[in-house]
Design a protein around this ligand. Sequence first.
Ligand SMILES: NC(=O)c1ccc[n+]([C@@H]2O[C@H](COP(=O)([O-])OP(=O)(O)OC[C@H]3O[C@@H](n4cnc5c(N)ncnc54)[C@H](OP(=O)(O)O)[C@@H]3O)[C@@H](O)[C@H]2O)c1
Length: 281
Amino acid sequence: MDFKEKYGPWAFIAGASFGLGAALAENAAERGLNVVTLARNAALLEENAEQLRERYGAKVRVLPGDLTSTEIVQTIADATEDIEVGLFVYNATVASRGRFLDVAIEDTLKSVTINCVVLPMLAKIFATKMAARGRGGIGIVTSLSATAGSVYYAAYNAGKAFQWIFGETLWSELGEAGIDVNTLFAGAMPSPGYTRHIERLDPAYGVGSDSADLLERARANMFHPTPPDVAAKALYDQLSHGPVCFSFPGDEYVGVGALALPRAEAISLWRQVQETPLRTK
Ligand SMILES: NC(=O)c1ccc[n+]([C@@H]2O[C@H](COP(=O)([O-])OP(=O)(O)OC[C@H]3O[C@@H](n4cnc5c(N)ncnc54)[C@H](OP(=O)(O)O)[C@@H]3O)[C@@H](O)[C@H]2O)c1
């Protein structure tokens, strides 16, 4: 079966207004699927939708909504009741930066809800219908930061680890029902907030793209973020080859290397990445 036969006719992309999510929606439309896109920014969703209709002749439904509240789940179920969603992709996240004691508990819980509560609720709805049809695909976007604790992102890193292990179990169980599941360990990508952050760092730490040293390689990857369309293509190309995948070999080198380290060393690695020195001029 080709992509459209196996994962069509509709894709549902959670977190699709910009960056990787918008690229995932576009790549699905390019592969012949109709798309439902969800995020908070309704104007951006509508603008992207118009482009997908024009470029690929895809049907696109936009669904503005906030995934940090479980109330959105019933809205999504109702809005997709009349269509066959053969591809469910979960890309949205909340990452409140700051030390655990400094981040408001409300923000910590938003991160937990969007990453660890709404994802399984939606997966249950879409996977139940896919299993009844005997086909479908689920893509979960986790992060290299799921591989260890670090600093500044206690709830985010933990939520991304939840997504990784949740995705692996779905891969194990749902494969028998004809559903492909793959979890993408995304590395650095140029979202607006991310780009502002990188511009403040000392570029001397971004030169180790070929280094065998994990810290140098991780920092270099950070300075050379993967274009979202490359990461989107990587997830879809590898959808039937789960349980996990990477956007490019440089991310895989760091991810697999970090997982092989003793825990304290893995935490130290990611902490040093987070604490990369700022530029002085
Ligand atoms: N960027 C990186 O360097 C990086 C690195 C590793 C992993 N990742 C992973 O890659 C994925 C995409 O990250 P990103 O940096 O491209 O963008 P992002 O800022 O995490 O946003 C991704 C999408 O989610 C939507 N979104 C955010 N909060 C939402 C909410 N409360 N309810 C509904 N939608 C919401 C955003 O649109 P609205 O603002 O319009 O809602 C956007 O469309 C995430 O899962 C992240 O963990 C990213």
